[in-house]
Design a protein around this ligand. Structure first.
Ligand code: SIN
Length: 286
């Protein structure tokens, strides 16, 4: 149904802002249109919502089964929601999601989608960026693609990635309780480096700088050089979009086909969002 809402793409291929919609009152037809738009644009943004946490859960469940996230402390009264919070006095420290990643790619079945709803954001700053991994793969130089064909990439949680993991005594997660040194997160998980999207059939590059440590079967130095090249390529500006939050904004991203990055440029201001995460399936080789 073309007029269930208005949609304005943020870039030609990635990201779209949707208006004229109240997520508390979406009939099945409007939801189906939203879902199609989400698959097509990979991340959609909906402003000016007024959701309670229970309404956020109800809406999120329409995308699929909710996951209880391992290694991150959820809200005590809503175990399927985490609070993505940085307080105004948490300065000179890292931030949750502050490096390019897809959520929990180190799990055997990484999430299908994540939904983030803004309660309070800085007057300026605290944007989030997304990168389109379908486009990144489509524009990958042939030699890089050939080096990845049929190979697995190794992902490690650690948690929060080994490459960018701060020192054990560093303040990095502030208001978010993140468990460290859990062997379940620290073990290696293998996923195809080139995956097929289970719903659209698109081929995707499935590696990210936070959790991907090696390409299986390659000499370590070659793997490191290849990953460095892939990471730099995947986040080229022409594959990215950037969203400026306002209170009441909501983002829904496809965690299979995008990476994202929380910009940590707002020391001195409180930023508080609520996130739900939709369960996914093991990535399949393209
Ligand atoms: C996340 O990685 O889920 C957090 C994104 C953000 O805070 O913008």
């Amino acid at each position: 149904m073309a007029d269930a809402f208005d949609l304005e793409p943020l870039t030609p291929r990635l990201g779209a802002e949707i208006t004229g919609i109240d997520l508390r009152r979406l009939d099945a037809t409007a939801f189906a249109a939203l879902y199609r738009a989400w698959l097509e644009h990979k991340v959609v943004f909906i402003r000016a919502q007024r959701l309670t946490l229970d309404e956020l859960l109800d809406f999120s469940r329409r995308f699929g089964e909710l996951m209880r996230l391992p290694y991150i402390e959820p809200l005590a009264d809503h175990p399927e929601i985490i609070r993505v919070l940085k307080q105004a006095d948490e300065v000179d420290m890292g931030v949750f999601g502050g490096e390019w990643h897809s959520d929990f790619s180190f799990l055997a079945a990484p999430p299908k989608a994540s939904i983030l709803y803004a309660e309070e954001v800085p007057p300026v700053g605290g944007d989030t960026l997304w990168a389109d991994m379908e486009r990144a793969l489509a524009r990958l130089p042939a030699a890089c693609r050939a080096a990845l064909e049929g190979r697995n990439a190794i992902h490690v949680g650690a948690p929060y990635g080994v490459r960018h993991a701060p020192a054990a005594d560093a303040r990095f997660d502030g208001s978010i309780g993140i468990e460290r040194d859990n062997p379940e997160a620290d073990r290696e998980t293998r996923h195809p480096a080139i995956c097929r999207h289970p719903e659209t059939g698109a081929e995707l590059l499935f590696v990210n700088p936070t959790y991907t440590t090696r390409i299986d079967g390659l000499d370590p130095a070659i793997s490191e050089a290849l990953l460095a090249r892939l990471f730099a390529h995947a986040i080229r500006p022409e594959f990215c979009c950037r969203f400026r939050w306002r209170a009441g904004s909501l983002a829904i991203w496809d965690n299979r086909s995008t990476l994202h990055y929380a910009v940590n440029d707002y020391d001195g201001f409180r930023r508080c969002l609520y996130r739900t995460t939709i369960a996914g399936e093991p990535p399949q080789c393209a």
